[in-house]
Design a protein around this ligand. Structure first.
Ligand SMILES: [Mg+2]
Length: 96
């Protein structure tokens, strides 16, 4: 499962085809829409109005769209940013 979440190469052909068919702007719009749907679902989940499985569905949409954005912006650049942010978090966790 971890490989599915982390290996962008597994879906590179799908991400490229999506980009060719609908374009860059549509991908940004779709990412925004999916993030908004997850936000709404989480708010509803806190009030017991949606199930955990609905959260998982919305989370899957967001993960796919973030992977699409990683494909578009460059895996190496995003990977560097993640490394930098994890290091910052590590410092914060050990700060006194
Ligand atoms: Mg969705």
């Amino acid at each position: 499962m971890r490989e599915v979440l982390m290996d962008n190469k597994a879906y590179a052909d799908i991400f490229d085809a999506t980009l060719q068919k609908w374009g860059i702007e549509a991908q940004y719009d779709q990412a925004i829409e999916e993030c908004a749907e997850l936000i709404a679902a989480l708010k509803h989940f806190k009030r017991g109005k949606v199930t955990e499985s609905e959260i998982i569905d919305e989370l899957a949409d967001v993960i796919l769209m973030t992977q699409q954005l990683v494909f578009m912006l460059g895996e190496d650049r995003v990977d560097s940013a993640i490394t930098r942010k994890v290091e910052k978090l590590r410092l914060l966790l050990h700060a006194r």
